[in-house]
Ligand binder design. Structure first.
Ligand code: MYR
Length: 191
């Protein structure tokens, strides 16, 4: 599927959606979750990043069903098509943003999503403790959501943020790597 077609599907879905959620409520709720985790893990931001990713993974595993039902899209022919589907349909449906897909590696196995807007991080300021700016990936839940969702459609991926405007970077960029397509795995033979 071409990028334009994927983009059009995303827009159509958005136009016909009736269950629009108040974006501010999402932002506030997510901010509260992150703040609570920072408290629970005594500002061990590596651990907070890990927990957010794990939480996202659980969400993604359930979200994919909703994605497939709402978008009505079929299987993608390759990882480039999958990337467009994620950016222009997936993010559009669930967050009403469409990050830019860029920075492909020549083997077409890795790309970046650049977020011009990030509703999770609206009005957010990171804790001013001299560490959060270097250690906390505030929106890390999104990496997990992607990993969980793609795992359910037979793709093992790894995703992590490489920059975030909340940290003072110029862009917010997530790097996504295809690890492998998961084949139907047979249970080990009994001895
Ligand atoms: C396929 O090749 O089977 C199609 C795969 C499309 C997967 C799209 C997953 C969308 C995940 C949405 C993430 C939104 C995060 C807020």
């Amino acid at each position: 599927m071409s990028a334009t077609k994927a983009s059009r599907i995303g827009e159509e879905i958005w136009k016909t959606r009736i269950d629009k959620v108040n974006a501010e409520l999402v932002t506030l709720t997510y901010g509260t979750i992150v703040a609570q985790l920072c408290q629970d893990y005594n500002s061990d931001y590596q651990e907070v990043n890990k927990q957010l990713e794990k939480m996202g993974h659980n969400i993604g595993m359930r979200l994919i069903e909703d994605f497939l039902a709402k978008s009505g899209v079929g299987r993608c022919a390759n990882f480039r098509e999958t990337a467009d589907m994620i950016a222009k349909v997936g993010f559009k449906i669930f967050l009403n943003v469409a990050p830019t897909v860029t920075n492909w590696t020549s083997d077409n196995n890795q790309f970046s999503l650049i977020f011009d807007e990030n509703p999770l991080a609206d009005f957010v300021e990171l804790p001013d403790d001299g560490r959060a700016q270097d250690e906390l990936w505030f929106s890390n839940i999104l990496c997990g959501v992607l990993r969980g969702a793609l795992e359910m459609v037979q793709m093992q991926i790894e995703a992590h943020f490489v920059s975030d405007v909340l940290r003072g970077d110029d862009t917010t960029e997530m790097r996504v790597s295809l690890v492998r397509y998961i084949e139907d795995e047979m249970p080990p033979e009994e001895e």
